[in-house]
Design a protein around this ligand. Structure first.
Ligand SMILES: CC(C)(COP(=O)(O)OP(=O)(O)OC[C@H]1O[C@@H](n2cnc3c(N)ncnc32)[C@H](O)[C@@H]1OP(=O)(O)O)[C@@H](O)C(=O)NCCC(=O)NCCS
Length: 172
């Protein structure tokens, strides 16, 4: 019924649609904003789809419903690859969202599993993420997958009045 697959370069349009839906649905959950990403052009979305489709620096996974809708998205990227610090070997999990019509059906867990599996293949030592303080559904989801709160926190980039907290999953 739900198929979780890595994005392909042909999925730029559906990536745009699902990402804008996520930002409109739950603005407090993300560091970016709908206004910012509405300004991205086709080349931006195409570049994102291509970058997430191959390799071990960046990944994007989409959850496809049997009716053809994309009902979930998640991304991951190698922090060390971005920052040029090869010692850290951490993956940041980002952009987690499932469509309200399919929540509590295990799709969030399957999307996290996909990023964790990709991170293991990329020989990362841990998966990290930021979650907005008070976003209990997301924090419960991550805790149910073994993530623990680290004690690190920072202002949410899209709304610095809010705080986001760091969680981490060590990969054995
Ligand atoms: C958080 C979110 C991704 C969860 O997606 P989902 O597909 O409903 O997650 P799952 O069905 O896999 O849930 C797995 C577990 O997470 C926890 N969980 C999920 N939603 C929850 C809720 N509303 N309240 C409490 N726990 C919840 C539960 O432990 C659940 O297991 P259970 O259903 O067996 O009790 C989804 O609610 C969402 O997209 N929210 C808005 C965007 C967002 O907050 N993204 C996170 C950014 S850091």
């Amino acid at each position: 019924m739900i198929d979780v697959r890595r994005i392909t370069p042909d999925d730029a349009r559906v990536l745009r649609a699902v990402r804008l839906a996520a930002l409109a649905d739950t603005p407090h959950a993300f560091g970016s904003t709908l206004e910012r990403e509405l300004a991205f052009d086709d080349a931006d979305w195409s570049g994102r789809a291509v970058a997430g489709s191959v390799g071990d620096e960046r990944c994007t996974f989409l959850a496809w419903h049997a009716d053809g809708r994309v009902v979930g998205v998640v991304g991951g990227y190698r922090v060390d690859a971005m920052a040029g610090t090869p010692a850290s070997r951490a993956v940041d999990l980002v952009s987690m969202w499932t469509d309200p019509s399919v929540r509590r059906a295990g799709i969030g867990r399957r999307l996290i599993d996909a990023v964790v599996e990709w991170a293991r293949t990329a020989r990362a030592e841990r998966v990290e993420l930021w979650v907005t303080n008070g976003n209990d559904p997301a924090q419960h989801l991550y805790e149910s997958m073994g993530f623990v709160v680290t004690g690190d926190h920072q202002p949410l980039p899209s709304d610095p009045c809010k705080d986001e907290i760091r969680m981490v999953l060590a990969l054995s």
